[in-house]
Design a protein around this ligand. Structure first.
Ligand code: B16
Ligand code: MG
Length: 257
């Protein structure tokens, strides 16, 4: 904060906020305090499970790999791979099958799985956008709410292109831009930074438990998309975007409109 002789601008701002709101602001704790005087200026969307259901393609491709290695895994186990990076997913799957591979072999297996996955997503169409998502994105655009993608997938840009949604996004943060996996908040912090927003004025939409943890760790408002049993730590859980509106979002979250 700039200081002129005799004037401490931070003290002036703090006094002004205390005078106007009766709250004592704490600049070190973003969400808990800013929630009293902020509004939603941006939304960051996870991709798989929020915008499209690519989990079933990941499952097909990983299962094919597991079968080639001589074992199988269930759809319930596949749930544990949601939001988990490619290399971490492979490690989990190999562990389930009791199979050990060298780092070089793991790289080759991950690449093989990705080739199959890329083939599967190359046939995706706009019909695969989950219900209500496009309408909600349209509404955000019309209200000048900024939009970013925050996905662990290195294939995210290709998927957005396939389903025709690329132009809705002001920023796209995918697995090629991150070095740390969810529940680390890096992907969402990069998204907020690209939008020029503070986490406390940005909502993250996530379908994975680790993704909700990541959003909360970053000081974001977190909306779980899916099952309240697993996403209960989010500020709000919705079943999907069908009939969901920006007004419903602001009413359900503790922000000033
Ligand atoms: P890729 P999200 C995640 O996408 C998926 O949920 C997860 O299953 C996948 O392993 C990960 O992307 C990496 O994907 O192999 O395409 O780089 O949910 O973060 O949008
Ligand atoms: Mg997801």
């Amino acid at each position: 904060m700039a200081e002129l002789p005799g004037i401490d601008f931070k003290a002036v701002i703090i006094l002004a906020v205390v005078f106007c709101t009766g709250d004592i602001p704490n600049f070190a704790a973003p969400w808990e305090t800013l929630q009293h005087f902020t509004m939603i200026k941006g939304c960051i969307f996870d991709l798989d499970g929020v915008i499209v259901d690519t989990a079933r393609y990941h499952f097909q491709a990983w299962r094919r790999l597991a079968n080639e290695l001589g074992f199988d895994f269930t759809e319930a186990e596949n749930e544990k791979l949601k939001g988990v990076s490619r290399v971490e997913s492979l490690k989990l799957i190999l562990n389930w099958g009791g199979v050990e591979k060298s780092p070089e072999e793991q790289a080759e297996l991950a690449a093989r799985k990705n080739d199959w996955y890329v083939e599967l997503i190359s046939n995706m169409t706009p019909d695969e956008i989950l219900p209500g998502v496009k309408e909600f994105l349209e509404e955000l655009k019309s209200r000048n709410v900024k939009i970013a993608l925050g996905s662990a997938s290195k294939n995210a840009p290709a998927i957005l292109d396939r389903v025709g949604l690329t132009d809705y996004f002001d920023a796209i943060i995918d697995g090629t831009k991150t070095t740390r996996s969810k529940p680390d908040p890096q992907v969402f912090l990069l998204g907020a930074e690209a939008l020029g927003l503070h986490p406390a004025e940005t909502v993250v939409f996530e379908d994975a438990e680790k993704g909700i943890e990541a959003a909360l760790n970053g000081g974001f408002l977190a909306v779980g998309v899916g099952d309240p049993a697993t996403l209960g730590s989010a500020h709000l859980v919705i079943p999907g975007f069908q009939n969901f509106t920006f007004d419903k979002l602001t009413e359900a979250l503790p922000v000033k409109p």
